[in-house]
Ligand binder design. Sequence first.
Ligand code: ADP
Ligand code: ZN
Length: 603
Amino acid sequence: MNSSPEQVLKDIFGYEQFRGPQREIIDELMVCRHALVLMPTGGGKSLCYQIPSLLRSGVGIVISPLIALMQDQVDALRELGVRASFLNSSLPPEAQRDVVQALRTGGLDLLYVAPERLNQPSTLDLLRSLDIALFAIDEAHCVSQWGHDFRVDYLQLSILQEQFPAVPRIALTATADANTRAEIVERLGLSEARHFVSGFDRPNIQYRITQKQNPRQQLMRFLRREHEKDAGIVYCLSRKKVDDTAAWLVEQGFDAVPYHAGLTAEVRQRNQQRFLREDSVIVVATIAFGMGIDKPDVRFIVHLDLPKSLEAYYQETGRAGRDGEPATAWMVYGLQDVIMLRQMMDGSQGNEKFKRVERAKLDAMLGLCEITSCRRQALLHYFGEDTPEYCGNCDACLTPAPTWDGTEAARKALSCVYRTGQRFGVNYLIDVLLGVESDKIFQNAHQHLSTYGIGKELEGNAWRSVFRQLVARGYLNVDHATYGGLHLNEKSRGLLKGEERIDLRIDVQEVLAKPEKKSRSSHKVADADRLLWDALRQCRKAFADEKDVPPYVIFHDASLMDMVHYRPLTEQQFLSISGVGQSKLEKYGEAFLQVIREHEAGH
Ligand code: ADP
Ligand code: ZN
């Protein structure tokens, strides 16, 4: 019998130490008190209720809205030797009877249930007849009408406090502002509960935003250099671009599949399944992809188009690196993105107030792109969290962007907008500044303007950067009626009159950023280790296929990296690998040790 939380952590889960507040949270539940847990994705929420469920008498009931994930969660627990099952509408009747039978005979440590299932009278009757270790309410923000994922079935969960007052409740979420939190406390009866609030930072995600030059070449370079055989998601705004990009990646030798609402359910399902089950599939997707996807080893998120808001950006990039290993959030953006999004917003349904909010959100997103200070700090600040000025793991910190005094150039640009009548787009304006001799310019007789040819000290691309920064920082407005025509606004005046100065960032060619410091388990695979790494992944894939589960259910990437790093040769050494407990040692130890021994012998 396992006695202490530490022992369970080591023997079952194969980990050496608790992370952050995990141990304290477990202690609360062990003495039958309630808890509210806010922890970022990948923070390690599951252990907080799984371990007390194993240690306390009775079965732990986990309420989760993500039905699609239950099977994988339960498979992962069973791999660890934990007696787990789930109840939801996807389960055939006979299987449901088996689960109920197991519950009645005390044969389960953990049961995952969908909220609508829990709320049924028959389920409640059943639960009342059982010894229950705890209730864990996962994705607890779904109870809040204020938040963005409200689910009616979650409202009924107040039943838990009414009907099972003596059973400890733990509510967990990764997204909850103060309002949402208050609602969780109220609806789930947690006023007595201790709150465990961890920051929202995802330190293992490296944020990088770079100017769009030749997006495909840039993407190719990024993938080849940094994520050759990794799983990742590439977000695009339109379905057509999704299809084109996926096809192009395939031509370049990547294993890429498209995902958007225009594909049949069958194709979508197949592509999603491949992404989940295989090691290095890239999904090219519109934002329709990602909700309820809980693949822990997504190594990169790419945005080829600008997201609409920082909320969207944070949520989408947050799908990377749930396993805590290094991951990259990489984005390219250009002025065209801004113009397109502004046009979409202006042309959208909805009242003026709604549009104003949307525009403000887009501006905040642009702000993040244009700042020269730490991206992480800016991002977290937006969500109300203060962090140091230097995170060391974003492009701004790794390769600080040099700036230049852009006052003069900005004045020329604004003046050119004014002189040409505030109706032309960027390309035309640049032609005027450069003094290009084009038919269009002659037709408009713009070769006689005072701004014609006054910008020859900069190249076209540099002017593009000037305009982009002016738009992003609100010195120029984009007019959708004239398809991207620029016009001046209140803010431009000071700059134009020379009362204000402005520093612009120098747009360097994309710089390869690398994290400076890495934790022990997060060493990237060096080329020399590649062979062993691939062999281990192959071994993992063979087991995963045999058992029809995703590879990470067998071992997380972190465990394989540990194996590459430490090269265990005996069972005892294998047990010291992160993520290897008794059950996994017995099931896989021999096979993986064999792979390592063969590799070592070959050297
Ligand atoms: P969350 O639900 O908060 O997104 P998970 O519970 O899925 O996060 O945990 C994220 C990852 O971290 C998982 O791979 C999990 O096994 C691992 N993990 C959790 N706690 C620990 C720990 N104490 N030591 C090592 N790894 C841990
Ligand atoms: Zn930073």
